[in-house]
Design a protein around this ligand. Structure first.
Ligand SMILES: Nc1ncnc2c1ncn2[C@@H]1O[C@H](COP(=O)(O)OP(=O)(O)OP(=O)(O)O)[C@@H](O)[C@H]1O
Ligand SMILES: [Zn+2]
Length: 750
């Protein structure tokens, strides 16, 4: 140990340093490693560490206790910007809240750069020397393409000259072309907060000023930006984005369905001179890795993204906007099941940022937070440009419905015909994909079910198949009944969008009809194109599922026909009424956003249902009040908290046995300072956690696994997470392929 004598104590201490490294895998704890002083590691650094026989990506989480024997050593520090304390805290927070292993929460933040190889430098080519000694037609074409003194990429020159890139290399060898390193392509275009500010109306101005002032001042400030459909919420929060840019900070705009937001990107570019950086699953891995860095280095200032953008390594995040904050799509259902809207509020708090939750139909949770003063409430009560709200009427299917086997009532058909005749557009909304939700045999009554799921097969004429919407199982529609072998006896029951299109073609033979559905071939590209075509007036009738209800602006659309307003009301989901209200208010809100006033007709079998009545009267306020009171009485969110435990197994008996054992374990958990469990079957006392179930899940079989559910209802005073953690420790071992999924704040109940 000759060197030790020369080291001062500080260095010696560093030599001994131990770091805890969190790996992006399904493990909750960080592992300890020795950190060579030469690496000068600090918390947040991305590193490579040995893990059994391989090398693994990890992040230094913190310094740990002095050396223990037998620890492995960090192999190298990786060339990635470090994860700031705020982001590490956020990862810890999400893991604690969702009960996901911490490593899986980290994975949400680092997935884009775990593998990323360092970027290959870009090389540019330009004309420099004399022509080559031996000229060929291909060489001449390359030289012609490089004319003008500009720098080109190799591929560009080869393409322009229609030759192989070897020709370009040869010209470099000859000294005709010169190769030189180029600066890396910028990850995001520069944005100008003053590029083209919008002339805001006074209510919009007031809301925009409030948001911008909060952003400028800095610090955590949560807002609900509630404005009726078409009130210009986008324009309003653009001013908050501008304030973030002026302060030299960053902004994140979360959207529920990013692949459909081409229109948003265009509007953004019109306001700021360029598009924001886009972050979602449709972006290539390479681009995502570059953007991750760009965000960490402060080169990308505004990101528009899907929920996973919430885990990007911002350096100076001033603003988060959650657009359409009520959307259930913000809840991630598999892996780490987190609610991006709620976690966005947490991130804003940890970063000291302004957050604006924007919606025409806010969630009850957010409305309650605004009413209690936890969030500041900004409101836009009227549409922009003095446009009226659509006039909404019900069609009572009990006495003015269509004939059997038809779905469009005569009054709706007549209104649609007039609308088309005026050169305006009609939207028929039906939240069912495919042709028919059920196929049965008229002779023997046989119904087509999915072999893997507890669900009917949905007929898709377009694909000539029967499809399961839960597992994707596909089978051909036979010509004879597989049960009784009767010929031509199969009948389609109920409508899907494809069947509605058939009816529209009969009713309106000359109309240009488009069915918009997420399951048609062509994917996102096709959807984007079709949405743009609708906006440009290329169709008279649009038939669509909830896809069309989300935030689109179709200026020529003046009539919305809701084919089946009741379909969502029957479910056991405690949010069924709220969701139906939101969906119908959103879809009817697509009407009359241009120069001409809009109207909507709602076909319903229960026209006196409170949800339908609230829509017709435009009394959203009353609906919110009643629904909120109901939730409060039932102790449902946000007045109490929910968690679901979903137990599944290939064998129904095994799943049920385990679910029962879980319930028993829950009931026998000793009371702690943080929670008390109500006894099985008894009436709960104030402050007690109630364990409901197990019950067979509404969809009892999915993908070949039988499912049982437990629902945990906790008062706000109880520590739900502490209870769940204790329960999982006390629970019996999961045997025989049994799986338990924990869903904190569940949004779906099947
Ligand atoms: N001050 C204004 N003057 C004229 N038009 C405006 C103004 N503000 C917004 N608009 C226009 O009104 C339309 C609706 O705006 P926007 O899409 O932002 O509404 P929104 O509140 O987001 O609606 P939704 O919740 O239904 O998506 C847009 O075409 C927008 O350009
Ligand atoms: Zn299935």
């Amino acid at each position: 140990m000759s060197g030790a004598a020369d080291m001062d104590e500080q260095e010696l201490a560093e030599e001994q340093r131990i770091v805890e490294v969190l790996l992006p895998v399904a493990v909750d704890i960080a592992y300890s490693y020795r950190a060579p002083a030469a690496l000068r590691l600090a918390p947040g650094d991305c590193v490579e560490v040995p893990l059994s026989t391989r090398k693994a990506f990890g992040v230094v989480w913190r310094f740990a206790e002095p050396a223990r024997a037998g620890l492995k050593t960090v192999t190298q520090r990786l060339d990635r910007p470090p994860l700031r304390q705020e982001l590490r805290d956020f990862v810890d927070w999400v893991a604690r809240w969702t009960l996901a292993p911490r490593g899986m929460a980290l994975r949400l933040a680092t997935r884009a750069v775990e593998e990323a190889a360092p970027e290959t430098p870009r090389v540019g080519y330009r004309l420099k020397g004399p022509p080559p000694e031996r000229m060929t037609p291909a060489r001449a074409r390359v030289i012609a393409a490089a004319e003008g003194g500009l720098v080109f990429a190799k591929g560009e020159l080869a393409r322009a000259a229609a030759c192989s890139s070897g020709v370009v290399d040869a010209l470099v060898d000859e000294g005709t072309l010169e190769a030189s390193a180029l600066p890396p392509e910028p990850v995001a275009a520069p944005l100008d907060p003053d590029y083209a500010p919008f002339a805001l109306e006074s209510a919009q101005r007031a809301a925009a000023d409030a948001l911008a002032a909060a952003v400028t001042a800095g610090g955590y400030r949560p807002f609900l930006l509630e404005g009726v459909t078409g009130s210009g919420k986008t324009e309003v929060y653009f001013e908050a984005v501008a304030a973030a840019l002026r302060a030299g900070g960053q902004a994140l705009v979360l959207m529920p369905e990013i692949a459909l937001t081409a229109q948003f990107l265009e509007r953004f570019a019109a306001r700021f001179g360029a598009k924001p950086a886009e972050w979602h699953s449709g972006i290539s891995e390479r681009k995502r890795a570059r953007l991750w860095r760009g965000v960490a280095l402060g080169e990308a200032l505004v990101v528009a993204g899907a929920r996973s953008a919430l885990f990007l390594p911002f350096v100076d995040l001033r603003l988060i906007v959650v657009d359409e904050e009520h959307e259930a799509a913000y809840k991630q259902e598999d892996g780490v099941s987190y609610h991006a809207r709620d976690m966005a509020v947490v991130r804003a708090r940890l970063e000291g940022a302004t957050i604006a939750l924007a919606s025409a139909t806010p969630s009850i949770e957010t409305r309650v937070n605004a009413a209690s003063g936890r969030y500041e409430h900004l409101r836009l009560a009227a549409r922009a440009g003095a446009r009226p709200m659509p006039r909404i009427e019900a069609i009572d299917m009990r006495n003015e419905g269509p004939e059997r086997g038809r779905w469009i009532a005569p009054r709706l058909a007549a209104e649609a015909a007039e609308t088309i005749a005026r050169g305006e557009q009609v939207l028929f909304f039906l939240n069912r994909r495919g042709y028919a939700p059920l196929t049965l045999c008229r002779s023997c009554g046989h119904r087509f079910r999915c072999p893997n799921c507890d669900a009917w097969l949905v007929e898709h004429r377009f694909r000539r198949a029967l499809v399961c919407h839960h597992c994707g199982h596909v089978e051909r529609r036979p010509s004879n009944c597989p049960e009784c072998e009767a010929e031509d006896s199969l009948a389609a029951c109920g409508p899907g969008v494809e069947r509605l299109a058939e009816e529209a073609a009969i009713l309106f033979p000359d109309a240009r009809v488009l069915v918009l559905s997420s399951d048609f071939p062509g994917g996102q590209e096709r959807l984007r194109r079709e949405l743009a075509e609708i906006a440009a007036g290329a169709f008279d009738i649009v038939i669509g599922t909830q896809l069309v209800a989300k935030g689109h602006n179709f200026p020529l659309l003046t009539l919305v026909g809701v084919i089946d307003a009741d379909s969502g009301l029957g479910s056991s989901d405690p949010r069924a009424a709220e969701r139906t209200f939101q969906l119908l208010a959103q879809v009817t809100g697509r009407a009359g956003r241009g120069d001409r006033p809009g109207r909507a007709l709602i076909q319903s079998w229960q026209a006196d249902h409170p949800v339908i009545r609230a829509l017709l009267s435009g009394e959203a306020e009353r609906f919110y009040e009643e629904e909120t009171a109901l939730r409060e009485r039932a102790g449902l969110p946000p007045f109490g908290r929910l968690a679901a435990l979903i137990v599944s197994a290939k064998d129904a008996g095994a799943a049920e046995t385990h679910a029962r054992a879980l319930a028993r374990a829950a009931h026998s958990l000793p009371a702690s300072e943080r929670y008390r469990v109500a006894p099985a079957g008894g009436l709960p006392e104030e402050g007690e956690i109630v364990v409901l179930g197990p019950a067979e899940a509404p969809i009892a079989l999915i993908r070949g696994r039988y499912r049982f559910r437990l629902l945990i209802k906790a008062p706000r005073s109880a520590d739900l997470q502490a209870f769940l953690r204790a329960l999982l420790v006390a629970a019996p071992k999961e045997r025989g392929g049994v799986r338990v999924a924990v869903d904190v704040d569940p949004q779906s109940f099947w």
